[in-house]
Design a protein around this ligand. Sequence first.
Ligand SMILES: *[C@@H]1O[C@H](CO)[C@@H](O)[C@H](O)[C@H]1NC(C)=O
Ligand SMILES: *[C@@H]1O[C@H](CO)[C@@H](O)[C@H](O)[C@H]1NC(C)=O
Ligand SMILES: *[C@@H]1O[C@H](CO)[C@@H](O)[C@H](O)[C@H]1NC(C)=O
Ligand SMILES: *[C@@H]1O[C@H](CO)[C@@H](O)[C@H](O)[C@H]1NC(C)=O
Ligand SMILES: *[C@@H]1O[C@H](CO)[C@@H](O)[C@H](O)[C@H]1NC(C)=O
Ligand SMILES: [Cu+2]
Length: 618
Amino acid sequence: MASTFKPILFLLLSIYTFSPVSSHQHHPLDPLTPSEFNLVRTIVEKSFPNPNPYNLTFQYIGLDEPDKPTVLSWLSNPASKPPPRRAFVITRMERKSHEIMVDLSARSIVSNKVYNGHGYPLLTSNEQVVAATKLPQKYKPFIESIKKRRLNFSDVVCSTYSIGWFGEVKSKRVLKLLCFYKEGTVNLYLRPLEGITLVVDLDEMKIVEYFDRFIIPVPKAEGTEYQASKQKPPFGPRLNGAAFVQPNGSGFKIDGHTVRTNEELIIMPYASGKGRGRTQPFADCPSNAVFLDAYYAASDGTPVKTSNTFCIFERYAGDIMWRHTELGIPNEIITEVRPEVSLVVRMVATVGNYDYVLDWEFKPSGSIKFGVGLTGVLEVKGATYTHTDQVKEDIHGTLLSENTIGVYHDHFLTYHLDLDVDGKDNSFVKNNLETIRVTDGSSPRKSYWTVVSETAKTESDARINLVSKPSELVVVNPNKKTKIGNNVGYRLIPGPVTHALLSYDDYPQIRGAFTNNDVWVTPYNKSEKWAGGLFTDRSRGDDTLAVWSLRNRKIENEDIVMWYTIGFHHVPSQEDFPVMPTLSGGFELRPTNFFERNAVLKTRAISRVHLPNCTTRP
Ligand SMILES: *[C@@H]1O[C@H](CO)[C@@H](O)[C@H](O)[C@H]1NC(C)=O
Ligand SMILES: *[C@@H]1O[C@H](CO)[C@@H](O)[C@H](O)[C@H]1NC(C)=O
Ligand SMILES: *[C@@H]1O[C@H](CO)[C@@H](O)[C@H](O)[C@H]1NC(C)=O
Ligand SMILES: *[C@@H]1O[C@H](CO)[C@@H](O)[C@H](O)[C@H]1NC(C)=O
Ligand SMILES: *[C@@H]1O[C@H](CO)[C@@H](O)[C@H](O)[C@H]1NC(C)=O
Ligand SMILES: [Cu+2]
């Protein structure tokens, strides 16, 4: 392994892979610590008059990642002074969004500018859950509507939904409330109070619009429970206990925010991502997993700990890393097999009714697999229908149960893959697989196929629509070659292809135009980080990947970023009710002429583990 190992640097979403750094040193990409969050809050609050009359709220506080060249130069000499720690802050006050840069070392504000563009910052859980969803409780017209439906007010709960943008010239910072009935179930999303919509102005924190358009039955509670304690017999299927046992301990170590494997192949400081969630030990992750906490800022700027946000574990699922049986040698049979054990970093993000299981799987072969699992509860709308025979119109969904339509919808997850393949300057190569006709009679064959390589010069050459033609997409380092002369590279192995189905001029698609292609490549730019822009709430699509890419910048032999979108068109089915079994997607980045040979050739087989209570069938 050591002879084929090359230092490799990947900056992937929030997971980073690096060449070795000294263990005791703070890594420049370490997330903000609780005391740093507090320091940010103090510095920002102090910069405004006291007592603060503005009702300042913190919509976001996070590390302002140092520029990549700064991180790289520190990595080449980790004993040197680390770059200054900075925080990026978005606040709301007096109906304005501020972007503030705080220098934590100097304890000062570097810049503070009012954001004048379209869209609004991340919503805080305080303004959604604590404030907005409580407003209907005292809103007379809403109380009347519940009475009119003969429902028990104490069983009504409301939930927040962003409102989008449909071409309005002026927009306000508002969100929509939809309400549900939790009588007899905890699966509130399956009991919508159809016909009622409330609009809340977040700056005034009051209801500004109210609609009660029609009354239809609330879908019944029966059959919607998913809690184990509420299920009635017969139960099943039974899951026998299962575990991956490592009698000699695990193969990786966590040191601060750095994970080291005993192969020294993967070393990665991790930082907490956006999104909220926590994992449940022994259910979300196997029993050999290690759990890690994370912090985010509450709306008053104080750090909030989320326990068990990530888990890290080695996975042995009985799969084969490589094998061969040789039958061609007379009087001899050779079989060599190596089992696959990989390192998985997992996070579960709960976004309203859905849960997303996000996996980063690092294989000893050098491959990195990105997985996403969708589960949770469907978004449904109430209806009068109790059988499909009654349906004579397009209901934009599937009748899942009486009075319940699971609506057609999409999920898109865009990955920002800041690949540095053995150095920062890389190129994006399309190895197109092309059919060649044999016309000169040189062979009895009529055709064959071959690879025609094409290096993308500018961004427009790298907008990839995967169905168009078969090609292998490789990020190479044009300045580094293997001993025998191939450019070192990593290849993208896409998952199932899913294109956006809305027309390009439709408002949601304008805002989500980063899904117009499956793959994009842009030059590295620190401020182009989120494919949908920074101020996404009510955005107008003027700060998306699709717009940045229009500049058609040079991407050959540059520091480049590849963007890949995993998409799902979800046509709900009855099995998704009342809680849906995980639907999975993903993609892989696989070394391609990166190593001199199979990097796991010399892996030793794992030995069989005997447990006193284990029995195997004869
Ligand atoms: C600040 O909040 C208080 C209490 O919620 C409210 O009475 C006051 O009007 C708010 N001030 C501004 C400037 O929004
Ligand atoms: C309404 O809910 C409360 C609290 O669960 C309960 O005590 C009451 O009996 C319910 N009333 C009706 C009419 O269901
Ligand atoms: C554990 O380590 C010992 C000593 O290196 C070795 O003999 C043994 O085979 C290992 N056990 C397993 C299950 O790998
Ligand atoms: C980086 O991206 C931002 C946003 O697209 C743009 O305004 C800025 O000019 C870019 N910087 C460079 C050096 O290209
Ligand atoms: C293992 O077997 C022993 C002896 O039969 C028994 O006492 C013990 O409870 C078993 N342990 C487990 C975890 O099943
Ligand atoms: Cu879905």
